[in-house]
Design a protein around this ligand. Structure first.
Ligand code: ADP
Length: 425
């Protein structure tokens, strides 16, 4: 404001002097015109100097001037300097980011619109076989696995997918996409070859051990049955011991069978056929009724005649486990309701009991392997803790979901929801 005041005062004083001289000489108008022209010319000169300075980037020190122009130069110079400092900071940050992503062992690729590669780190070049020149290319044109292209198109990136590395198919990659910003996506690929190898070793180990235990168990069971037949009941201790041994061998056999079933689910291809679910349920419920000598405990309702594309043996195992649990974890005189019905967009198998129920904190965990709820009743009931893990696995392989509603002391309701695309025509 001070500068402006000074500028206006100088102009007014000059005008005043010109007016006085003009009156004295009698040439007021020509003098005024001449002064205006000189003033205009000087301003034009300043503008042209400023334009030259700014067009050179305004980097060098600004020319020496006086008055308002000095202020203009100073402000622009300060703005330029601040911008320069900001740029330097940004460059440093960018360098740090580049170093950091360069040191990352996982591949990272930024995808723009239309799946175009905008940026990739060093690991992406190594693991995914991308080249620096691939920037601007569409990634599905470079990584051509159908599974990857489907994953990109689906735009549902909740789960990661496994792919062999395009550079070396001995390397397994876990590929995940994360949405961020507007329309940008970050693709991350991690080498999980070792993890997968360990997982395969674990599966092989469990499969081999379970398989190897099967024969000795059958032999033991056979001898035990013979011994029990030979037992004349003379020694209560012997009779009791034999009975306990039989119980434990049976338990072990169930465990081995369940482990083998889980291994089969993890490693083998499904044998998909059109499974007549109502017939299968009738069979399971009747078998159960006879085996447990509890005919009449199961109330079967078949409101739908829908059949499912799937593996019959797997579905039988899952449904048997659910019905078996409902009978096991409820009083001997209570009824277990088994329903097969259509519900909007799904076909549902519901198994409902009026049994011991499951505590809220146990519900999310009961499908874990070997997890058995802490409640007294559940602990006393024999079981392997693998049944619901099998159910979960089978349903996953059939695109179905398991819902559990349960209340301690009131009972449980397990329902399997099959999507309509699983129905046979
Ligand atoms: P298991 O029955 O052999 O212990 P599961 O995997 O079938 O193993 O079940 C895991 C646990 O879930 C059981 O130990 C039990 O505590 C609980 N559970 C399963 N089904 C029921 C049910 N219908 N009612 C109450 N608890 C159940």
């Amino acid at each position: 404001m001070g500068v402006w005041k000074r500028e206006i005062t100088i102009v007014l004083l000059s005008l005043f002097a010109i007016v006085i001289v003009g009156f004295l000489t009698g040439a007021l108008l020509p003098l005024l015109m001449a002064a205006t022209l000189i003033f205009l010319f000087r301003q034009l000169q300043q503008i042209s100097r400023f334009e030259r300075w700014i067009s050179r980037g305004g980097k060098v020190d600004y020319p020496k001037t006086k008055g308002i122009w000095e202020d203009i130069y100073y402000h622009v110079y300060r703005l330029r300097k601040a911008e320069k400092r900001r740029k330097k900071k940004l460059r440093k940050l960018l360098e740090q980011f580049r170093d950091f992503t360069g040191a990352l062992p996982d591949a990272a690729v930024i995808l723009g619109e239309d799946d175009v590669i905008e940026w990739a780190n060093k690991a992406a070049l190594k693991v995914l076989g991308l080249q620096p020149a691939d920037k601007g290319q569409r990634i599905p044109n470079l990584i051509r696995y159908p599974e990857f292209i489907r994953y990109l198109k689906l735009q549902d990136y909740q789960e990661a997918i496994m792919l062999p590395s395009p550079v070396n198919n001995q390397i397994t990659l876990e590929v995940r996409i994360v949405n961020y910003g507007s329309g940008l996506r970050l693709l991350l690929a991690q080498d999980v070859t070792q993890v997968k190898k360990m997982e395969r070793m674990r599966k092989d180990f469990v499969a081999n051990v379970s398989h190897e235990l099967r024969t000795p168990l059958t032999v033991l069971k056979g001898y035990l049955e013979t011994l029990q037949d030979m037992d004349d009941g003379g020694s209560a201790l012997l009779t009791g011991s034999l009975e306990q041994m039989r119980g434990q061998t049976e338990r072990m056999q169930h465990l081995v069978d369940d482990l083998l079933m889980l291994t089969r689910l993890e490693t083998q291809q499904r044998r998909t056929v059109c499974v007549d679910v109502p017939a299968l349920l009738k069979q399971i419920c009747n078998e159960r009724g006879v085996v447990e000598n509890l005919a009449g405990r199961i109330e079967l309702s078949l409101a739908s005649d829908a059949n499912i594309h799937g593996d019959e043996q797997e579905l039988r195992s899952a449904f048997t486990n659910l019905v078996g649990n409902a009978l096991k974890y409820s009083p001997a005189d209570s009824v277990v309701k088994v329903r097969w019905f259509e519900d909007g967009g799904t076909v549902v198998l519901e198994v409902q009991d009026r049994g011991v129920g499951i505590a809220p904190e146990d519900i999310p965990r009961v499908t874990e392997r070997f997890y058995r709820a802490e409640s007294n009743h559940a602990r006393k009931t024999p079981g392997t803790g693998l049944g619901l893990a099998i159910v979960k696995h089978v349903l996953m392989r059939h695109d179905a979901r398991l819902h559990i509603i349960s209340e301690l002391g009131k009972g449980s309701c397990f329902s399997c929801h099959f999507p309509l695309h699983r129905l046979c025509d």
